[in-house]
Design a binder for this molecule. Structure first.
Ligand code: SF4
Ligand code: SF4
Length: 186
């Protein structure tokens, strides 16, 4: 497949992710990266990745560590004003990077570091209902894995939670129970 003209990479990405056509409507507002718990560890913010895709910078995008730091929390997706499936696009980019052998192992995230940042972000501003519903609808097993670990970390006392955070944890446990239910049905 020919990839060296600017529009072809956008075509490839937008047609490979469910709902990906919306990527063409990105207004570069930066809400996605501003919501992203992994943002500080990413070489490019999601907004920059989308600008690079539009510019046809295939190599830069597929070599970026950004998709590998995505923990599928769906903050970006639920907040994007253009309903761009940012999380799905991150999956798509990972698949493409693996297929093209563009992914360099040294960029693999230390998962515990990413996850601790995610839990910290969760403690600070977790929009539990919205995010939980979205995750269960779109990625129940991903939700299950993340939530299970979050609950495990909290119950093992590795994260300090304030009362607000503990309130969030009840919701987290409900989501976990729902994810387990869905898993049992699958
Ligand atoms: S939030 Fe949506 S519209 Fe804004 S930069 Fe991110 S993907 Fe583009
Ligand atoms: S789903 Fe991925 S890209 Fe989006 S906010 Fe969460 S970690 Fe960041």
């Amino acid at each position: 497949m020919e990839h060296n003209h600017a529009s072809s990479f956008m075509d490839e990405v937008s047609s490979s992710a469910p709902g990906g056509e919306a990527l063409r409507t990105c207004i570069q507002c930066g809400t996605c990266g501003g919501s992203c718990p992994s943002g500080p560890d990413m070489q490019h913010t999601p907004r920059q990745i989308f600008a690079l895709i539009r510019a046809g910078e295939r190599d830069v995008v597929l070599k970026s560590n950004t998709p590998w730091y995505c923990v599928s929390c769906y903050y970006c997706t639920v907040r994007c004003p253009k309903e761009i499936p940012v999380t799905e696009i991150m999956y798509t980019l990972k698949r493409m990077a693996v297929r093209d052998k563009a992914f360099d192992d040294s960029k693999a995230p230390d998962f515990s570091k990413v996850f601790i940042r995610w839990v910290e972000e969760f403690g600070r501003s977790f929009e539990l209902g919205l995010m939980g519903v979205h995750m269960i609808r779109h990625n129940p097993f991903g939700a299950f894995k993340i939530m299970d670990m979050a609950v495990g970390m909290v119950t093992k006392g590795r994260m300090a939670f304030t009362p607000t955070r503990i309130k969030g944890l009840d919701g987290l446990k409900r989501i976990l129970a729902k994810a387990k239910e869905l898993e049992a049905q699958a």
